[in-house]
Design a binder for this molecule. Sequence first.
Ligand code: PXP
Length: 260
Amino acid sequence: MHLGVNIDHIAVLREARKSGDPDPLDALGICKRAGANQITIHLREDRRHIQDSDAIHIMKHSFLPVNLECAIAPEMIDIACTLKPHRVTLVPEKREEVTTEGGLAILDTQPLFLEAVKKLQQNEIEVSLFIDPDFDTVKKAKALGAEWIEFHTGKYANLYAMLYGNLSKTHHSIPEFELPRKTLNRMLKKELETLAQLSGEAAKMGLKVAAGHGLNYQNVKPVVAIEAIEELNIGQSIIARSVFTGLEQAILDMKTLLAR
Ligand code: PXP
């Protein structure tokens, strides 16, 4: 299974001090050496981590294909068309969010998306839509002409963390926290089944399927077991582990878990 390493989190650390390091550019060789298949970066409209100059340098120097995540705003689509990554993943963005909290709302905004998808594809960039695991949304992604979908695994990851991990009740006001473990277990199982079923349906429609958000060394295996998912994009957990093990080892450890 392919791994896209989301190196935004290196820039998050740099921007905390507005200093020169750590520089996401220094990750490119390490990612390649460790067997990553893709570099993923999110150029946010508020530029809170990856900057335009990062994107330009990463595009120029990456040894691996670059998957650029961005919002559907015309300015961002223009930047993407200039950068020409091999893929653009369109993601929703809210300025106040800590991270991308859900999938795209493509059901009601078709013309905007059609235009963006067409423009990117005219520039020979393949398009992925970051969506919640929902059948109507998968069908809509197909109708919009995207080559890829990426399922938002945030709900799965949250449920997993509530059951087995260290998600803090104080920091996350998630209503599910109040539910009994048995219910959470059932919800987790259902979420995985939905992911598996929709991934299969999407693949049958001719879509390539990726997944990501909140995946880590603890919760990734059941997602890897879903055959129709070809690629995972993982950031936070890899960069967090790299503080202790170094980035190369952190990627190698994840690649081991992704082996089928
Ligand atoms: N995929 C997409 C589309 C994302 O927006 C993110 C979050 O930046 C990720 C994958 C990676 O999520 P995480 O950092 O939680 O692994």
